[in-house]
Ligand binder design. Structure first.
Ligand SMILES: [Zn+2]
Length: 156
């Protein structure tokens, strides 16, 4: 059986788990999941390494060597995460721009209707369509924010 790690609390979960068995938070869908799991795995390994040094199970020399390796891995993952964060932020900006455009369009349609330039049925059709698109974009933006929070947490 393969495992993943809760992005919030680090609990070990079955790879298909939708919710964390420890803290109950919803688990992200692929592909960030693998990245997140990898980071938690390395962090856990670093902790265990330190523990084993303190308990005298491993030598200082081995500790230092493996620590450097793990930290290198972690740094490479952090670079990947930073790239992802950057692209999500760019996408969010694009979505915000689009949302603003649609809001302007909606305003315009309302204004036209207010002077009798649009029939009621026509107005309602256009308005509903725009409102639906705006809602869809807002959801996208929210999802992006959650994703960002999750990824930024990994950089701490
Ligand atoms: Zn959890």
């Amino acid at each position: 059986m393969s495992w993943k790690y809760c992005w919030r609390c680090g609990a070990q979960l079955s790879v298909n788990a939708i919710f964390c068995i420890r803290c109950g938070v919803k688990q992200p869908s692929l592909p960030d999941e693998e990245l997140i799991a990898e980071v938690y795995k390395i962090k856990e390994q670093l902790e265990k390494l330190r523990e084993n040094l303190v308990r005298g199970i491993i030598s200082e020399k081995s500790y230092e060597k493996i620590k450097v390796e793990l930290e290198d891995k972690l740094n490479r993952l952090r670079e990947k995460i930073k790239e992802k964060i950057k692209s999500i932020k760019e996408a969010a900006q694009e979505l915000m721009r689009k949302k603003e455009e649609l809001n302007d369009e909606l305003e315009l349609v309302k204004a036209r209707f207010s002077i009798g330039d649009l029939a009621l049925q026509q107005y309602n059709t256009i308005r509903l369509k725009l409102e639906k698109d705006i809602e869809e974009i807002s959801k996208h933006i929210e999802r992006g924010k959650l994703k960002l929070e999750r990824l930024e947490k990994l950089l701490q």
